[in-house]
Design a protein around this ligand. Structure first.
Ligand code: GLN
Length: 493
């Protein structure tokens, strides 16, 4: 069997038992990348030499009986907006081409420095995490390992494709309106967006800071639970990280779910949800019922306003967060320095930001401008509270909410890129979760008639990652499709 046919926790056991060495694992991982990368384009930069060096040094430490951390040298693909000291971190944007962060993000400190994961490279993404297909990357799209004419989802599309094609075992993503769960759904893997504040954002380059969270993308629920256990917790360098006990997520996975009450929000099965997606999700709900869970109807009445609210808020925050890229404070300056300083700033930004990022900066600046602020931004904040209250009410009646992750399966490369509104609407089932700040997990629950994966979403109450991982794990074991490999992982189309 190939290394990528195993789950992360199984590889850890093999390394502990000396059936596999860490250098062997990392070598085969780069071999796998060489075999598939030309088709998929999941990575924007690789760190082969350093990774192999670290593999050898961990191996030596292990030989000498030293502690090497809980992750035993598992390969980790990092999203191109999470800072790794000295390694190019570009947000897949022309403007950050020369950026080498002077420090590690909190999550890199935890997973790599403390617990012995090996950073193998950075994955492709929509520029500044704005998009649902990874087509907005300055490096070009990442293709879907299940069918390479399709998108991998976004914005963490490189991460999703790298996991589903077996190029790596662990990946990091970020989720502002669905960017972990969308590629997890389209690529048939597991993705978790934690509660806002559960994981430190220190070293995560901001898109919309009141919505952004970092989370894991893996092949199975256990590996995501393990990563989250390590990544969570208070960080004095991120004032929005919360000082709350971190649960032992991995130990809660096998608990029976028979007393759980699952809420089914009717609005999440409404117009626009593909029939095949709905039927696979309903079948998965039947499985959960067969495991003893009860289901009830709940309602999120303001769902119809979430896309408009989300886009107003994320664009407003983006227009402010991205003001620092002027070529002087951050970003590489235009080669043409004619005119005054403002000419150079706007030329730099005009040349170096892609069309989607520019669109969002224009619209966000407009929504925040004097005279329109109350009408757009403040109003969006009010609706955000209504959406949050809908969830609070729903969680008074149920433990978790179950629904589709995306209303559709992976669309064709080029299909929606010229229709931004259609692309935005595809976020309707993921972005309400970010507006409320609650956690959600996406796991594969079946395939459509084209053989494309369908994602099942489990939404939890604040800080109930434990509960959604437990339900996700039980469903994953029951469905037993998580070992199915994408065709690209079998060597081509
Ligand atoms: N698709 C959403 C957007 O374009 C989500 C992005 C994200 O979560 N980073 O804004």
């Amino acid at each position: 069997m190939k290394f990528y046919e195993y789950m992360g926790y199984e590889l850890i056991e093999k390394i502990k038992n000396k059936e596999l060495s860490i250098p062997e694992l990392i070598e085969s991982c780069f071999h796998r990348i060489e075999e598939t990368e030309q088709i998929l384009h999941s990575f924007v930069a690789l760190s082969k030499e350093k990774a192999l060096e670290k593999a050898k040094s961990l191996d030596k430490d292990l030989e000498q009986g030293k502690k090497i951390g809980q992750l035993y040298g598992l390969p980790l693909a990092n999203k191109d907006l999470i800072c790794v000291k000295g390694f190019p971190t570009t947000c897949s944007s022309k403007i950050l081409q020369d950026y080498h962060p002077p420090y590690n993000a909190f999550v890199i400190g935890k997973l790599v420095e403390q617990e012995g994961a090996i950073h193998i490279g950075n994955t492709n993404m929509d520029e500044f995490a704005m998009g649902s297909s990874t087509e907005n990357s300055c490096y070009g799209p990442t293709y879907n390992p299940w069918e390479i004419s399709r998108v991998s989802g976004g914005s963490s599309g490189g991460a999703g494709a790298s996991i589903s094609s077996g190029q790596t075992i662990l990946a990091l993503g970020s989720d502002t309106g669905g960017s972990i769960r969308c590629p997890a759904s389209f690529c048939g893997v597991v993705g978790l967006k934690p509660t806002y504040g559960r994981v430190s954002r220190y070293g995560l380059i901001a898109f919309a800071n009141s919505l952004d969270q970092i989370g894991p993308i893996t092949k199975c629920v256990y590996d995501s639970a393990l990563m989250l256990e390590i990544m969570s917790g208070k960080d004095p360098l991120d004032s929005t990280s919360v000082d709350m006990k971190v649960d032992k997520y991995t130990e809660e996975l096998s608990k029976p779910i028979e007393k759980k009450i699952l809420g089914i929000p009717k609005e999440f099965f409404g117009e626009g949800v593909d029939n095949e997606v709905e039927s696979a999700v309903r079948k998965a709900i039947d499985k959960l019922e067969s495991l003893g869970a009860k289901t009830i109807d709940v309602s999120i009445p303001h769902l119809e306003y979430t896309v408009a609210t989300y886009y107003l808020i994320c664009m407003s925050e983006a227009s402010s967060n991205l003001a620092r890229y002027d070529g002087l404070r951050y970003g590489n300056m235009s080669d043409n320095l004619s005119g005054d300083v403002y000419d150079v700033f706007s030329r730099t930004r005009g040349e170096r930001f892609g069309p989607e990022v520019r669109r969002r900066i224009y619209l966000g600046t407009y929504a925040l401008s004097a005279g329109y602020y109350d009408m757009f931004y403040i109003k969006a904040l009010k609706v955000r509270s209504l959406i949050k209250n809908d969830f609070v009410e729903a969680f008074n009646k149920c433990d978790s909410i179950v629904c589709p992750t995306m209303p559709l399966t992976a669309f064709k490369v080029g299909e929606l890129i010229d229709d931004p509104l259609q692309m935005y609407i595809a976020d309707v089932l993921t972005c309400p979760v970010n507006l409320a700040g609650i956690p959600a997990l996406s796991i594969p629950c079946g395939f459509d008639s084209n053989g494309l994966p369908i994602g099942f979403q489990i939404i939890g109450d604040y800080f109930d990652e434990k509960g959604i991982l437990n339900i996700g794990y039980q469903l994953e074991q029951e469905l037993n499709i998580y070992r199915k490999m994408a065709p690209a992982a079998k060597g081509g189309k």
